[in-house]
Design a binder for this molecule. Structure first.
Ligand code: NAD
Ligand code: DAU
Length: 353
């Protein structure tokens, strides 16, 4: 079959990547989607088991830092689009081990950009390098204000600094080599298949097992939460309608203090598990704060709405209920990813905190 596009999606076995692949393979049977993933602790092919038999989906086990391997894949498939999600993505791990973040997020992105330049430089038409980034590059807000596409970069964790560096490299390849690029910076995602090192799935898992719920500091930090399938829809929109060289902010317009969010989750889960009202809340434990903990993130996504017509679709309480249901119905998934290596991470991160 002659495909209209062949798209490499890096990090497709992770949380957001698997949702993006699911959307694109089903919606565009004429696109060939190649999932390029190194399968780190965060990558899980089970995330894609409902679509991995589709004829337009292929998995390639590869590390984005391995330029020679990526070059081979360019030769094999002739990618005309790259959607780049592969990254080390957890802030707490970046505090434990910053260099692995520099390696994947900075060097890995540079290697990928290099491969694109080598393979595309004779003909840039119909080519696109789409870089998936984060709102954390903008730093931390006080109690008011929003991040816009014009906000200066001010990253404050090793994770956000490595993502900021990768964004700068992408723009450098645009200005220096005319590589056709687009970037989007998104707020906190939530939904199914989210690795339980992150706040929402960690709390769901601990509530289920009646374990302490470790809230950092006083729980006053604020995040802007977006349903992961809405993020995937935004990526689809930008892929097709985004302007080369532009940046788009994506957000949920949905700010929550961590403590209020954890209490809401406790209430939803008391209901789902048939526990008396207020029982799970008693598990909340305030623990030592994250170093350099950004106070507040909030995205102004009006450019994306005005120029490309995207907006979030799902109301938060409904999204959280669906998320809780998914975790309760997929016990094997969560039990598998929380065995082995996860136990060691959890002990290092939380015991004596
Ligand atoms: P994740 O940690 O769930 O998944 C990352 C994926 O990348 C995994 O499948 C992993 O195996 C793969 N990977 C890691 N290193 C690799 C390498 N060297 N080569 C190839 N594959 C590698 O991450 P996520 O939460 O799905 O985030 C995906 C992207 O979106 C990241 O770039 C992240 O910075 C960005 N982002 C995430 C959020 C969020 O709330 N999770 C918000 C905004 C932006
Ligand atoms: O804003 C986008 C970013 O959102 C993405 O770029 C990152 O990849 C993603 O991990 C996420 O980063 P955060 O640091 O905001 O997410 P996390 O789930 O780790 O934490 C959310 C908030 O909850 C944060 O204020 C820290 C707090 N927290 C987190 C954990 C894991 C706790 O209080 N206790 C916890 O155990």
């Amino acid at each position: 079959m002659e495909y209209q596009k062949t798209i490499a999606i890096t990090g497709g076995a992770g949380f957001i990547g698997s949702h993006v692949i699911r959307l694109l393979v089903k919606k565009y049977p004429a696109y060939r989607i190649v999932n390029v993933d190194a399968l780190t602790y965060a990558g899980n092919l089970e995330n894609l088991k409902d679509i991995d038999q589709l004829p337009n989906y292929i998995f390639e086990h590869a590390d984005i830092c391995d330029e020679r391997h990526i070059d081979e894949l360019f030769g094999k498939y002739g990618f005309n689009t790259v959607i780049h999600l592969a990254a080390e993505s957890h802030v707490d791990r970046s505090i434990m081990d910053p260099l692995s973040f520099v390696k994947t997020n900075v060097l890995g992105t540079a290697a990928l950009l290099n491969s694109c330049r080598k393979h595309w430089r004779d003909n840039y038409s119909d080519k696109l390098f789409y870089h998936i980034s984060t709102d954390e590059v903008y730093g931390s807000l006080g109690e008011t204000g929003f991040f816009t596409e014009e906000t200066s970069y001010d990253p404050r964790s090793p994770y956000s600094a490595s993502k900021a560096a990768s964004d700068h490299l992408v723009m450098a390849y645009y200005h220096t080599y005319n590589l056709p690029v687009v970037i989007s910076n998104c707020s906190n995602n939530y939904g199914s298949h989210h690795f339980p090192e992150k706040l929402i799935p960690l709390m769901i898992n601990n509530i289920k097992h009646n374990k302490p719920l470790p809230v950092y500091g006083k729980g006053e930090n604020v995040r802007d939460w977006l349903w992961v399938e809405d993020h995937a829809r935004a990526i689809d929109t930008i892929l097709h309608k985004g302007k080369i060289g532009e940046t788009y902010n994506i957000g949920g317009n949905n700010e929550w203090r961590n403590i209020d969010l954890v209490k809401l989750l406790c209430a939803i889960m008391d209901d789902s598990l048939g526990r008396p009202k207020g029982q799970s809340e008693r598990l909340i434990t305030f623990v030592k704060d994250r170093s350099g903990h950004d106070l507040r993130y909030a995205i102004d996504a009006s450019k994306l709405k005005k120029e490309l017509g995207w907006e979030p679709s799902l109301q938060f309480e409904e999204g959280l209920k669906r998320t809780v249901d998914w975790y309760l119905q997929n016990e094997e998934w969560i039990d598998r990813v929380t065995s082995g290596q996860y136990q060691q991470y959890y002990a290092e991160q939380y015991v004596k905190r």
